[in-house]
Each structure stands twice: as C-alpha cells, then as structure tokens.
Design a protein around this ligand. Structure first.
Ligand SMILES: Cc1cc2nc3c(=O)[nH]c(=O)nc-3n(C[C@H](O)[C@H](O)[C@H](O)COP(=O)(O)OP(=O)(O)OC[C@H]3O[C@@H](n4cnc5c(N)ncnc54)[C@H](O)[C@@H]3O)c2cc1C
Length: 647
C-alpha cells in the first residue's frame, strides 16, 4: 500500500471528499487506502495479465462472499518480486496463501491479489550450512533429494533448504532416504516456512528439538520494496529475527527457507485413554453443576500437575479431554523409545488417576517405529507423496479443522487396535468441529478461473476465520492445578485439546527469536474453540493471567493481543516492521502493527488518529468477512439446544 500523501493531508483529502457527498467522489482513492475494483485507478485485466502472465481472475462471487479479485501462482522468486511490485505500484491489497490452514483468515482478503505460494517447491540437503549474503543454493523443484555424506559432522550444521510451498510431510518424505528428519507441524499438512514456522510452530517433538522458529537458519523473502532478500544470522539479522516468531504474512513473501535437520530417531507411540463412569455430557456442556464429573476433573488436574516432570523426562504428545475422559497419544523418541520406558512414565500416573471418584479404567497400547518418519507417515499416509502436487489437497478438501485434519490417523488407531469402538470415539470427539464444517466454508474450489493449471495442482483454499482459542501453561500453572478452584479444574478438563508443545529443548533456546517468551517456559497448549460460555480459555486465563498464547491458534477477536501473542518482543517487532514495511503492504490481523491500519468501506486504510486507542486492546478487525458458523456445526452434531447467535 503506497502512501502517496502524508497522513495529515490524507485526512484533509478525505474530508474534502466527504464534503462533496457524492458516491462518485469515492472513485478518487486517497493514497492511504487500498484501491478497489470499483475505483478508476484499479488496473485493467490487460494490465494484470501483462504484468503477471497466467494471473487468474476470480469468477463471480460465490455465495456472496468477499474475496480477492485475482489469484497469481508464482513459480519462482522473480515471479513473486513482480507480484509485489505490481501491488505496490497500484496500491492494491495483497494476501498470501500457502496451505490455507489459517484459523485467523489471514490468508485471504476481500479485494486485491491472492498470492498462492504453494507451488514454490523443491528440497535439497547440505551437510554444512554456512550463512552467507547470497544465501543457500536454491532447490530445483521436482528433483529428488541427493544423498549427502558427512551429515552431522562435529561443528557442522546439517540442513535442508526448500521452497515455501513444501508441507511437513513432504519435507520429511524427501529427507527419509538420508535417514534425516525436520521438525514440522504435528499436522503434516501445514507449511513449514509459512504460517507455522513464522509464528511459533509446535510439533510432536518440539519439547525435544525446539519449536518451529528454533529450526530456521535462513529465509529468502521478497520484502515490500519488491526485491528478494536473504535473511540469516549474518545478513539482515533484524528481519531474520522478526521472521522467527513475528507472525506469517507480515514481513514479506517468503520464497524459500533453510532449517536444521536431525538423525531420525526411533519412536514409540503410547496410546492412552482413561474414562469416568459418572461424568455426563450435560456436565461437559456446562448444563449442570459438574459434580458428577468432579473425580474426572481432579484426575485430569492431577495429570496436568505431573506434565512438567513427565515432559522433562522426554514425554511428548497430544490429548483430548472428552465428555467422559481423556485420550491421546504420547510420543517417546531416541533412547527413551522403548515400551518399558513409556510404561514407567505413564503407569504410575494412570494408576493414581484411577483412584479419583468415578474413574474406572484406563487402557494403553504401544506402537514402535524404527524412525520418526515411520510414525509420521503412519499418521499421515496420504499427504505430500508427490513432489509436484501441493501435497495438501487431500486433507484440505476433506477438512481443515476437524480431528482427522489435525491428528491424521492418531485417533483412528484407537479403533484399529480395538481400544475403543468407532461409535464411542465419534461421540467422544464430536465436540470438535469436523469435516462438516469445512463444507460450510464459504468458498468453492472452482473460485478461480481456470481452477487447475497443472495436472496435480490442488489449489489451497481459504476457509474463513475460525474462532479458536488457546493458552500456554507453564510449570507453575500446571503444578498448581490440583489445588485450584473447582471451576478452573473443570475448565482444564473439559472442552479442551491439550498438546505438549514445548519443553526442555525449547526452554534452553533462550530468547533469541521473536516468538512470545511464554513459549520458553510453557509445557502445554490448552485450547478449544472460542464460543463462551460453551467453550473458551477464559477461565484458564483468569487462573493464569501471566500466560501467553500461540497466535496461530488464538481467537481472532482476542483481548490484550500484543502482550498475549508477542509479549516483551512486541516493541522491537513493531520497529522492525516499520523499517521493512513502512506502508503496511503486508497487513495481517492479528499481526505486528495491525492497528496502524483499519478497514474503511472495504478498503484497508491507514488508521485515523485515535482509532487504535478505541480498539481497547482488541485485535483489529480484518477485511476478510468470511467465517465459519461454529454454533451451527455444534448444534448439528450434538443437538445442543443452544441458541444460534443473536437468538
Ligand atoms: C488442521 C490444522 C492443523 C494444525 N496443526 C498445527 C500443528 O500441528 N502445529 C502448529 O503449530 N500449528 C498447527 N496449526 C495452525 C497452523 O500453524 C496455522 O494455521 C498456520 O497459520 C498455517 O500456516 P500455512 O502457511 O500452512 O497456512 P496459510 O493459511 O496458507 O497461511 C497462514 C499465514 O501465513 C502467511 N504465509 C503463508 N505462507 C507465507 C509465505 N510464503 N510468506 C509470508 N507469509 C506466508 C499467510 O499469509 C497467512 O497469514 C494447524 C491448523 C489447522 C487448521
């Protein structure tokens, strides 16, 4: 977004336009707002096509939703440069989409250009990454990863460089022949160097290898001046720091990244479930005083208090609290990947949980995998097999926020192993918004013309905003749970997903990235959809007011967002953003300096004086109006008898 006039002059200009009182005066767009298709200065189709060959105009509005006007699929960094130069020249809105997973809807906008980076691909491996001003040698898309010798030599950094469209499972499949792995989302479908890696990034093993932001050695990024930059510890270190935690979409268009790779360790998956025989769905839905589930709440609070020491001993995993109990998969890797070790950690805790009122039995089962990838591809068998495809189509068209999309086969394994009947599993998990919801998503895959440009390209689809909510809990919070008030234990034990997202390795990394410092103390992320009073992390926030949150899985209307998502790193991030993107070309909300802009008449404009203060600490509203009717989904699934919004 190019500022053609100073903010003061812009205000005056708007005043003059307003005074004229005619609709046509809106055709003259003040320099501090993005240009819309209805404006005379909006580029013609011929201009779009000449600047960005192959650009796709959007078909007519689908279901009346507001979407970008054009989509462009760059095949190279130089294509990205052209796209950024075009939008800044014409003062257009730009949104970057990679896999389309974003809960906050930051991958989409109501006008301008949708830049689909999913086709920037290719993977290479080196045994000795050294940061230089030219950056790592770029991978050639479609070429198999060459086997490299001397990996993990002392004093040398083994690394993988890959195009930003590469998702977690695809990267790991490419590394498998070298017996390497890279840390990627627990969900194999999220892009490694897109929103996941730029905003935090948790995985099954982040407690042992660090979170996403800890993996990066270098980014290549097209900044707001339309030029490709290298960002590593030696070159543009401030940008490099900002890209490691400052949030996806805010710093430029990342085209390529280099991450650390590790020898792929043996892995054990310990599936565990424990049930209460007294807890009821009514308690789970907050329709009763919850006393019938008190034993369950106490048991899960006890488990929470044990997590810090269990994680310090190598335990990882992801779990669900269901109406009737607790279930999930715990991961052990390396020398801890044995049945005996997993049992020695879990059995004493499960036996103690069984002693709380109403808790009747627990079941567990072990699976052993020779390498981490074997575990990962069991979870995600169908994703990222090809090097040419986006690798995300399958799961994304089925679901973006459902259980299968988040956890792959994890919960199906319970059924396969005879630990739980499929019908019961569905009932246990039904509170989580699932596939049905994405069918309600406002966009059709045929939104762009033509829909398919290559045989196997499955375009990432934005699914609109989803009301997610989370809190990062540390040792003090977790160990205090058994003596916390009943309502806190209830909140911890119901309607929440609990993931071990951090631990010894993440804590040891210090504060050398821009992610909210809460990650450096946290052990778990506890989250649910944001739909108070039925579901939210509000009660836990009251219990742990000093806790931070993971921006990618937070509510898009969160309060106190700068502090919750970036904490003490925010002021420095704000300065860096002002240096590299003074006009907020790359505007995302929530995002650094999001409140420097605001949406007026569908345009993204420089915020008027006083607008930021009026927000009162609430995330500025996006121009992406598309979203998911969570309540309709819950009603369908559970017959909750709760009112729709506004009823
Ligand atoms: C089913 C599901 C499972 C998930 N599992 C995990 C998980 O295991 N761990 C975890 O930490 N998080 C997880 N998340 C959250 C996930 O990290 C975020 O949704 C994240 O934003 C996805 O990034 P993306 O690039 O893949 O998606 P997109 O929606 O395409 O992009 C997300 C954001 O990053 C920006 N962005 C993407 N690519 C680029 C680029 N090349 N340059 C600049 N900006 C870019 C976009 O503009 C947007 O703002 C999950 C989400 C879903 C829906």
């Amino acid at each position: 977004m190019k500022l053609l006039i100073s903010p003061t002059l812009a205000l005056l200009f708007q005043h003059v336009i307003g005074a004229s009182g005619t609709e046509t005066s809106r055709q003259f767009v003040p320099g501090n707002c993005t240009v819309l298709k209805t404006d005379t200065t909006f580029p013609t189709l011929a201009q779009w096509q000449s600047a960005l060959p192959g650009v796709l105009p959007r078909k007519v509005n689908w279901l009346g939703t507001a979407r970008p006007d054009y989509r462009y699929i760059p095949k190279s960094a130089s294509d990205v440069e052209k796209a950024v130069q075009f939008v800044t020249k014409h003062n257009l809105r730009i949104s970057i989409i990679n896999t389309g997973h974003d809960y906050q809807g930051r991958n989409d906008a109501s006008s301008g250009l949708s830049l689909d980076v999913s086709q920037l691909r290719g993977v290479t491996v080196t045994s000795n990454f050294i940061p230089t001003s030219e950056g790592a040698k770029s991978p050639v898309p479609g070429q198999p990863v060459a086997l490299v010798s001397n990996l993990h030599a002392p004093g040398k950094q083994s690394a993988a460089t890959f195009g930003v469209g590469v998702v977690g499972s695809e990267l790991n499949r490419a590394l498998k022949a070298s017996k390497l792995f890279a840390v990627s989302g627990g969900a194999a479908t999220v892009s490694v160097a897109g929103g996941w890696g730029q905003s935090g990034g948790h995985s099954f093993v982040s407690h042992l290898y660090g979170i996403g932001v800890d993996q990066f050695l270098e980014f290549k990024v097209v900044t707001a001046d339309g030029k490709l930059k290298v960002a590593n510890s030696k070159t543009n270190p401030d940008l490099f720091w900002a890209l490691r935690g400052g949030g996806g979409g805010a710093w430029g268009v990342v085209t390529e990244a280099t991450v650390k790779v590790y020898p792929s360790p043996p892995t054990v998956l310990y599936l565990v479930a424990i049930n209460s025989s007294t807890a009821t769905l009514n308690s789970y839905l907050n329709r009763t005083d919850g006393k019938d589930a008190a034993g369950l709440y106490d048991a899960i609070a006890y488990l929470g208090s044990q997590f810090p020491s269990m994680v310090d001993k190598g335990t990882g995993g992801i779990f669900l609290t269901t109406p009737y109990g607790f279930m999930g998969g715990s991961i052990f890797v390396g020398e801890n990947a044995t049945e005996a070790y997993a049992k020695s950690i879990w059995e004493p805790v499960l036996n103690k949980m069984k002693t709380f009122p109403g808790m009747d039995r627990w079941v567990a089962s072990i699976s052993v995998y020779p390498m981490y990838q074997d575990f990962f591809t069991t979870m995600w068998p169908g994703v990222g097999k090809t090097t040419g495809g986006s690798g995300t189509g399958e799961s994304l068209t089925n679901a973006t926020t459902g259980v299968s999309a988040r956890y792959g086969n994890l919960f199906k394994l319970f059924v396969d192993k005879g630990m739980v009947r499929e019908r019961d599993l569905r009932e246990h998990l039904s509170f989580i918004p699932t596939e049905r919801q994405s069918k309600r998503s406002p966009q059709a895959p045929s939104d762009w013309t033509p829909y398919t440009t290559t045989g196997d390209y499955s375009p990432p689809n934005a699914h609109g905003k989803f009301p997610m909510d989370n809190i990062l809990l540390d040792r003090k919070h977790l160990e205090g749970l058994p003596s916390a008030p009943f309502q806190v234990k209830r909140a911890f034990a119901s309607r929440h997903i609990i993931e071990i997202v951090s631990g010894p390795a993440t804590h040891a990394k210090g504060n050398d990235t821009s992610v909210v410092p809460a990650w450096r103390k946290a052990y778990i992320s506890c989250y649910s959809p944001y739909y108070p009073p039925y579901a939210s992390a509000d009660t836990l926030r009251g219990y742990a007011p000093d806790a931070g949150a993971y921006v990618n899985e937070a509510y898009y209307g969160a309060k106190n967002w700068k502090n919750a998502f970036w904490g003490t790193n925010y002021p420095k991030l704000s300065e860096i953003k002002s240096k590299w993107d003074v006009n907020n070309t790359f505007w995302v909300t929530p995002g650094v300096n999001a409140d420097h802009m605001e949406v007026r008449d569908g345009r993204v404009c420089q915020a008027l004086p006083g607008s930021a203060e009026k927000l009162n600490g609430i995330v500025p509203t996006s121009d992406n109006p598309n979203g998911i009717d969570l309540m309709a989904n819950l009603r369908d699934f559970m017959g909750l008898g709760v009112p729709y919004r506004g009823q």
